[in-house]
Design a protein around this ligand. Structure first.
Ligand code: FEO
Length: 395
């Protein structure tokens, strides 16, 4: 895709990755693809803010060439070391070998350990400024949004924030701006991105937003490193981040299970009936063996209750649900309640194992787990219903 003018002197020169379906290894299923957004600022001096994933180097360079001769680039700002934003740095720098690379101290270390480049590096800290002529860039360190090296670049006169991973979405599109795409779809993708990438760093997200708001920094445009640029109403995504980072939840239960011979699935559906009978609690059910775990995490972002089910295998839970719970634990959800259920044959074990992991994840186990031997009978189906109803009451 060609370069796109954002405002006078600022261009999107990134790449659209329509085909990627597994991001960060397989920790994020990018069913809608993604983009690697790089930005070219043209003034008396020329700065490139971030690059793209290495295999897209040619696209980035072709886009830069539509605007300027790459040899004229004076600065390459590296907001973040991760390879989806720095992979093309060696290829670009080879075309402008005198360009200085700017980033945080940790960025310097990380870039070196990734590329062993011989570029001149200037370390920047929060509040440092770089004049390009009429435009001035200010840097703001943003550790853990998404890595310890991360920082934001702010274009002072134009009031444009380039926050790298923050406020992004994995959403491949031929459109570049929020006023060109479906708003509900866009917010869904932004929510999924938050739930799967930024949730564990929520306290830092709140602190950074508070810092920016207290500093009274006006923001007209937020141009992240993935997905769509927010120019219609940047406050909308900032307010959503505040809500998500505060772990604000709804009266909602997400049931996630894995089943061997369908008994645990029967239990899950009957538990859901009990929740629905309570009248005011939303419920979502996922078989983790077939569901997209990235979507499941998105549904869990605003759910007060998590119910986790597994058949017992080898006195423990099944492997897919175990792997999913490891991911949930990493995401560090706060203020949630949980419960466990599952069927077993000759010996149980899954319910106790699930409860142990829930507790280790900071999720309060709100009621005793429910195990059923082999296939639930009528009385046990009633117990499943009551289990769901009771849990809905706690939610
Ligand atoms: Fe999009 Fe942390 O990289």
């Amino acid at each position: 895709m060609s370069a796109v003018k954002i405002i006078d002197g600022l261009y999107w020169v990134g790449a659209v990755d329509w085909g990627v379906r597994a991001f960060h290894g397989h920790t994020y299923n990018t069913q809608k693809g993604t983009t690697y957004n790089a930005y070219l600022i043209v003034d008396e001096k020329i700065a490139l803010v971030d690059t793209v994933y290495g295999p897209f180097s040619k696209e980035l360079i072709a886009n830069i060439k539509e605007i300027v001769d790459p040899s004229k680039i004076d600065y390459i700002i590296a907001n973040h070391v991760e390879t989806d934003h720095s992979g093309a740095l060696p290829a670009v720098h080879a075309l402008c070998p005198k360009a200085k690379v700017l980033g945080t101290e940790k960025c310097k270390e990380g870039l070196y350990k990734n590329y062993y480049g011989k570029w001149e590096f200037q370390t920047v800290k929060s509040g440092d400024k770089l004049s390009l002529g009429k435009k001035t860039l200010t840097f703001l360190e943003a550790p853990m949004l998404h890595w310890p090296d991360s920082m934001f670049t702010y274009m002072m006169e134009d009031q444009v924030l380039l926050p790298n991973d923050a406020f992004g979405q994995h959403y491949a599109s031929s459109q570049r701006f929020d006023d060109e795409v479906d708003e509900c779809f866009l917010m869904d993708e932004a929510e999924k991105y938050y739930a799967n990438i930024l949730l564990p760093f929520s306290p830092l997200v709140l602190r950074k937003i508070d810092e920016v708001q207290k500093a009274g920094i006006p923001i007209k445009i937020i141009a992240p490193s993935h997905g769509i640029i927010w120019r219609k109403d940047p406050g909308k995504i900032v307010n959503a981040y505040v809500r998500w980072a505060k772990n604000e939840t709804k009266k909602k239960v997400v049931i996630v299970y894995e089943t061997m011979w369908n008994s645990t699935e029967i239990m899950a559906k009957q538990i859901a009936e009990g929740i629905i009978s309570a009248g005011s609690v939303d419920v979502k059910i996922f078989n983790i063996s077939t569901a997209d775990k990235t979507d499941v995490m998105k549904e869990m972002l605003d759910a007060k209750g998590f119910l986790i089910g597994s058949s017992t295998h080898g006195n423990d839970m099944l492997p897919n649900i175990l792997g999913f719970l490891a991911f949930v634990k990493d995401m560090k959800p706060k203020g949630r309640i949980g419960g466990a259920f599952g069927s077993y044959g000759w010996a149980g074990g899954a319910v106790a194992s699930i409860e142990k992991v829930l507790k280790e994840s900071g999720i309060e186990v709100a009621q005793a787990g429910l195990g059923v031997r082999f296939v639930p009978d009528e009385a046990e189906m009633k117990k499943c219903f009551e289990f769901g109803k009771e849990f809905a009451g706690r939610v």
